[in-house]
Write a protein that binds this ligand. Structure first.
Ligand code: PLP
Length: 404
């Protein structure tokens, strides 16, 4: 464990995921980072010895954990190394990370272009709060269409926020193409890469300025911790920390930071299995007569399959599909599943499925924005780490409950 961080950065992702941010505890010689729960740190007796500006990356600069604490710092070091960015800031949840980013970079009168298919909490944060109450201009567009993105840009566009693959439909947006626009107009491009599980795409290398992750999904992966992260250039991350860590206060708990850090060690292995299994489950669904449509970026039938192939090394474990029949058919199907659980969230070891009814809670997001053939709704399946043949058998017997 004597790898310098420069040397580590040249090594493979699986190696970085295990060794970055790790270290030998000075007091006990434990080779694992301890969980530090203290909420105060000793100040120098002579206050003139305080570091001039608290640098969150320096251990001696801890004072109060809302600003920074050791477990957050270890995790930030690891995630920055894994994603290939200069710096990282972690937060209590994915939404907290998004809020930190939006509050930092958007002033009243600024404009943001955002995917019109995106995580519902982000949509609401932008439209209900930033637009209605704080005077931020919000354009929601189909970011899989480069012309739409270009046409939405205004002189006051500050941020372009793209979710790819998008939650819940797996729509893919061309990160490199949008990055070129952002550069041309001097806007910042952030990519919510949560669905990619980090290891299947690398938005920074495609020109994004910042990458956002809900750590509560694949990166933690065990269905038991909440967290969020933003990774990018030092200057951008520093701005976010100055504006948001102290004043928004959405600090990750040391225990959650530790849990997530432990989970990253198996991320490359887990993602491989999620991707391989989804590549078996998706064609099974596509060939089933009771399935109306399947959206999986790894299938040629996916509308942006060619973009996914260009920018992703594998296609993650999220599948979107619809059934022939009405809502009652969906309920019967869900009621028959024995291995796969009907629950929110994704990226866990266990497979999860969620039903999105056509007349759901968010008509403004619009069925229009979802696949045209959505019918009575659709399902979002997070393919877990169970054996794919067992998942297929579970889906097959539950599909028997769907009337023809
Ligand atoms: C879950 C999710 C979020 C929000 O993250 P939380 O950790 O639940 O706050 C943001 N973006 C995407 C794509 C998500 O799936």
């Amino acid at each position: 464990m004597n790898l310098s961080s420069e040397k580590l950065r040249c090594l493979g992702l699986g190696t970085r995921a295990i060794h970055s941010g790790e270290g030998v505890d000075a007091e006990t010689k434990a080779i694992r980072r301890p969980i530090v729960l203290a909420n105060s740190y000793k100040l120098p007796d002579n206050l003139s010895e305080l570091p001039e500006s608290f640098d969150r990356d320096r251990p001696q600069a801890y004072n109060y954990p809302r600003w920074q604490h050791p477990n957050a710092r270890y995790l930030e070091e690891r995630l920055a190394a894994m994603e290939g960015g200069e710096a990282c800031a972690v937060f209590a949840s994915g939404i907290a990370a998004a809020a930190a980013m939006f509050f930092t970079f958007l002033n009243a009168g600024d404009h943001i272009v955002c995917s019109h298919i995106c995580y519902i909490g982000i949509h609401e944060l932008l439209c209900e709060h930033l637009a209605k109450r704080y005077g931020v201009e919000v354009s929601l567009v189909d970011t899989s269409d480069l012309d739409e993105v270009w046409n939405a840009i205004r002189p006051n566009t500050r941020l372009i926020h793209v979710e790819t693959p998008a939650n819940p439909t797996t729509r893919i947006s061309d990160i490199g193409g949008i990055a070129a626009f952002a550069r041309q107009v001097g806007a910042i491009l952030s990519v919510d890469s949560t669905f990619s599980g980090m290891v299947t795409q690398s938005p920074l290398s495609l020109g994004a300025d910042m990458v956002m992750h809900s750590l509560s999904k694949y990166i933690n992966g065990h269905g038991d911790g909440l967290g969020g992260a933003i990774i990018g250039r030092h200057d951008l991350i520093r701005k976010i920390c100055e504006a948001a860590t102290i004043h928004l206060g959405a600090t990750i708990s040391p225990f959650n930071a530790w849990l997530i850090m432990r989970s990253t060690e198996t991320l490359t292995l887990r993602m491989q299995k999620h991707c391989d299994s989804a590549m078996e489950v998706a064609p099974f669904l596509q060939s089933h007569p009771k399935v109306k449509f399947v959206r999986y970026p790894g299938l040629e039938s996916h509308p942006q399959h060619h973009v996914a192939r260009r920018q992703m090394s594998a296609f993650s474990g999220m599948i979107n599909f619809g059934l022939h029949g009405d809502a009652a058919s969906y309920f019967r199907f869900l009621g028959r599943l024995t291995i796969i659980t009907h629950a929110v969230c994704l990226g866990h070891a266990e497979s999860l499925i969620q039903f999105y009814p056509q007349d759901g809670d968010h008509p403004e997001l619009g069925v229009l924005n979802y696949p045209e053939d959505i019918g009575e709704g659709f399902l979002r399946l997070s393919v877990g780490l169970e054996e794919p043949e067992d998942l297929i058998a579970d889906l097959e017997q539950a599909l028997e409950a769907v009337p023809v």
